[in-house]
Write a protein that binds this ligand. Structure first.
Ligand code: FHN
Length: 465
């Protein structure tokens, strides 16, 4: 590894990339740091220029009117959990910090299967407590939970009879966390879904991605689908009661026929189980936005943004780049105001503990939702779109204005509404009527001079039938 200072951050170049970067810098007649800087900026621009929801991860035709999604349309906010062997190295391999997201350590450090597998012998999350995790989701106001049953590293944190690369056969822990979570979710009224990496599997000789142990030219992807993916999906869909959804990921080169096969396979076992847009080939029950991506405007399909609280998904001991609670609350509102769901991730440690900064922020969000949840759950995008200082959601007869920047005079100047307004109140203090002036020019609501909630104060505008 070699380190190069780009103008904003230190970038580590792996031995595999360094010669290519040097060549690129030569072609550009630039210094190596300048070339790295240029490429980083270019990559960021490309990402921003890409739509937040790409077609292949979009919603299947007909799913928009499917009542099986009704619960999902109501819930708005879920907990994502990335948990696996990668929590043990937690971003560090052979004493070196491995750049990138924690669950990719096997790939980024090109760790041979034989070596990575040994981590299982150390996986003993004695502090794992399903009741605690589910209660945290509940107190955060999250209504569904999605946990990695098998991530790209191929290791299953559930009892998989068709493979011995799982938590029961390989670890001293010997318990099935998915079983415990399924029981606890049923008890506490949280929907449970399973993440399953259907394309990438760096452990299986025929799975996608591992070109350091296996020759890509020799791989038989269909064999991997038939001999591992489908049997494991059957296990997930028969061992844990009703499964709310299967969260497929990184479809990459999966063909339309193969995505369709997986879709039918899932529905054939549990017809009500949803599949996310990352099944690929626009076959999802709902669309999946890019990681941490929020569309610029309301989107007229069912969609979800998966997102991190810091930068990594799987636990990384040195990732301290935590978003603030205010930022997270506003992201939730922004997403809901555009018709989406927010699936917010936690990466528990190898001991089974959800990092404290995540807990704090989730509980903070829960506090906000306890007061303002009415404006979020079951709502639709509101009529005021594109305002920088506020967002809006709506329910029959009501518009909710979520104010991010409270005006200094406490007077909220909104665009005109076509329906007659009956009145306005603050959601946190509904007994106090606010003065409203409605005209063709706009709607003016006189609120208190000071922001009632610095994160987001919600005004309810009641409309005449
Ligand atoms: O490669 C994965 C990544 O590890 C993580 O699971 C995220 C979550 O949305 N999905 C993929 C990248 O988009």
């Amino acid at each position: 590894m070699t380190e190069h200072e780009s103008s904003e951050k230190t970038v580590e170049l792996s031995d595999a990339i360094l010669p290519r970067m040097k060549h690129f810098a030569g072609v550009m007649s630039a210094s190596l740091p300048d070339a790295v800087d240029y490429l980083l900026r270019w990559a960021l621009e490309q990402r921003e220029a890409m739509p937040a929801i790409v077609g292949a991860r979009g919603q299947r035709e007909g799913a928009q009117s499917d009542p099986r999604l009704d619960w999902w349309r109501e819930v708005k906010f879920g907990m994502f959990i990335h948990w696996g062997l990668y929590a043990i190295p937690a971003g560090i391999w052979d004493g070196k910090e491995i750049p990138g997201i924690g669950e990719w350590i096997m790939y980024r450090a090109r760790i041979p299967v034989a070596e990575y597998e040994k981590l299982a012998e150390q996986f003993n999350p004695v502090k794992f407590d399903a009741a605690e995790w589910v209660s945290l989701a509940k107190n955060a106001g999250q209504k569904y939970m999605v946990i990695t049953s098998k991530h790209h590293d191929g290791f299953c944190i559930f009892d998989s009879p068709c493979s011995d690369y799982d938590i029961i056969d390989r670890t001293p822990f010997g318990r099935d966390p998915l079983k415990e979570l399924a029981e606890e979710c049923a008890k506490q009224g949280i929907k449970l879904g399973f993440y399953y990496s259907q394309t990438q599997d760096w452990h299986h000789p025929d799975g996608d991605g591992n070109d350091w142990d296996y020759d890509p030219a020799q791989k038989d992807f269909q064999k991997y689908l038939d001999e591992l993916v489908k049997p494991q999906l059957r296990e997930l869909l028969t061992q844990y009661g009703p499964v709310a959804l299967i969260w497929f990921d990184t479809p990459k080169g999966i063909t339309k026929e193969q995505s369709q096969e997986l879709l039918e396979f899932v529905k054939g076992i549990q017809p009500d189980c949803l599949v996310c847009g990352r099944i690929g080939n626009q076959l999802g029950d709902y669309a999946s936005a890019g990681d941490n991506r929020i569309p610029g405007e309301a989107v007229a399909v069912d969609w979800e943004t998966p997102a991190t609280i810091n930068d990594t998904w799987g636990f990384k001991v040195n990732d301290h780049n935590w978003k603030s609670t205010e930022d997270l609350v506003r992201k939730l509102i922004d997403i809901v105001s555009k018709g989406g769901n927010y699936l917010l991730n936690v990466g528990p440690t190898a001991e089974g503990v959800i990092p404290e900064p995540s807990v704090e922020r989730l509980l903070g969000m829960g506090e906000w939702l306890k007061v303002n949840g009415e404006a979020v759950y079951g709502s639709k995008p509101g009529p005021f779109q594109g305002l920088g200082w506020a967002r809006s959601t709506a329910k029959p007869g009501k518009v909710y204005v979520h104010v991010f920047e409270w005006p200094e005079d406490g007077v909220l100047r909104l665009p005109a509404l076509s329906q007659t307004v009956n009145g306005a109140v603050l959601l946190q203090d509904p007994a106090v009527e606010l003065k409203v002036e409605q005209s063709d020019e706009g709607l003016v609501v006189h609120g208190p001079a000071a922001a009632p909630d610095a994160m987001a104060a919600v005004i309810i505008i009641s409309l005449q039938d």
